[in-house]
Design a protein around this ligand. Structure first.
Ligand code: MG
Ligand code: ZN
Length: 376
């Protein structure tokens, strides 16, 4: 009886094996991580890259959607980060940004303040005080929650004009993103913050004067701003094209001007918006753009040897899943809903101090780990 059963079953198994194909072609496998040589040194520079709304599934889908490769795979160190805010297991970008920028848990909507609404200094501000260069490159308006948490302190993220005022006084040395109108056509007052910043020595350009940032020359200036839009910049799909270039330009700009090192935050801001729209193509195009920026930043860091690069997210957006029937470059994706989710997010690190960014840790610890890496 048992023998008969085997005789019946074996052909079925063999038939199944014969009909199945590998999900991924041999040879199209992951690339090797970069060597991690400089672990014991302190970092001179930090480039923190935040994918807004970029959970592990967004990255996984991005890798398979790009024929099984993204630059994320080059990082020698990975970790996991808890993202809950002070008052909610599911954070927003304001509380998530504040945790990473200032090292404190705050309530959702709080920008650079603690749970009681009191301002807490950010790592960018501390770097500025120590005479380091500072930079912000984002694909949202620069007054948006994530960049704001590094340069401003407001009880609510909606206070965008006060945030613009704080940015104008922050001393930030290299700033690229949208939101020009919050500086020069304000509702709450008649001030022109762009003129005020120019008077303080800034070179300020925008998308109307120079269609692309590549056209701009910055040889003789110490502080530089390029506004990419009046409010939110375009999506990658509708023609936005500056993030990878501006990331590289920012690193070179700050390195050549700051003997004491620099801190720069780069945000792929719109991965989140794709998740809110439950639009998989939107998410993938934004993630791929962010990955191009990662490629440029890693090239810079590899040549520089003194730069710690960290890539992470503030939270996941959309509850994205990769469904059965998915194939390389043909992902069947679905979203649980167009809102943030509470899952942990991955952390990737390369360069001096990167070994600190492994294991499971809280988003407020990211701030302390960065400070320890810089020996601030
Ligand atoms: Mg953001
Ligand atoms: Zn969001």
């Amino acid at each position: 009886m048992r023998v008969l059963l085997l005789i019946l079953i074996i052909p079925v198994i063999l038939l199944n094996c014969g009909s199945s194909r590998p999900a991924v072609d041999e040879g199209a496998g992951p690339i090797h991580a970069m060597p991690n040589d400089n672990q014991e040194k302190a970092a001179k520079n930090i480039i923190l890259m935040i994918g807004d709304g970029m959970g592990l599934t967004q990255i996984t889908a991005g890798i398979y959607d790009n024929n099984n490769f993204l630059n994320f795979e080059k990082f020698p160190v990975t970790g996991l980060m808890k993202t809950h805010s002070y008052d909610n297991l599911v954070t927003d970008s304001a509380a998530g940004g504040t945790a990473m920028a200032c090292g404190v848990k705050t309530y959702n909507n709080g920008v650079g303040v603690n749970k009681d609404g009191i301002a807490v200094k950010s790592i960018l501000e501390e770097a500025e005080e120590k005479g380091m260069g500072t930079g912000i490159v984002v694909t949202s308006a620069v007054v948006n929650a994530t960049p704001a948490t590094f340069m401003a302190h407001q009880k609510l993220r909606a206070f965008v004009e006060p945030i613009a005022e704080e940015i104008a006084n922050s001393g930030v040395d290299f700033l690229v993103g949208g939101g020009k109108k919050y500086f020069d056509r304000r509702d709450s007052d008649e001030r022109n913050l762009i003129e005020e910043m120019k008077a303080k020595g800034y070179q300020i350009e925008n998308f109307i004067q120079h269609k692309t940032i590549e056209e701009v020359r910055t040889d003789s200036v110490k502080k530089f701003v390029y506004f990419t839009a009046d409010d939110d910049p375009l999506t990658k799909i509708t023609g936005r094209n500056y993030l990878p270039y501006a990331s590289q330009m920012g690193a070179n700009f700050l390195k050549s001007r700051s003997e004491n090192g620099f801190f720069m935050m780069i945000e792929g801001s719109q991965i989140d918006l794709g998740g809110h729209a439950t639009n998989f193509k939107y998410v993938m195009s934004e993630l791929r753009d962010f990955d191009e920026a990662i490629k440029n930043v890693l090239e810079f860091a590899e040549a520089d040897g003194e730069t710690l690069v960290i890539v992470t997210a503030d939270h996941e957006t959309g509850g994205l899943t990769i469904q059965e029937g998915s194939k390389l470059k043909k992902i069947k994706a679905d979203f649980a809903y167009g809102r943030h989710s509470g899952t942990m997010v991955p952390v990737f690190a390369y360069g001096p101090g990167s070994e600190k960014f492994t294991g499971i840790f809280d988003n407020t610890e990211l701030y302390r780990k960065m400070k320890a890496a810089l020996a601030l």
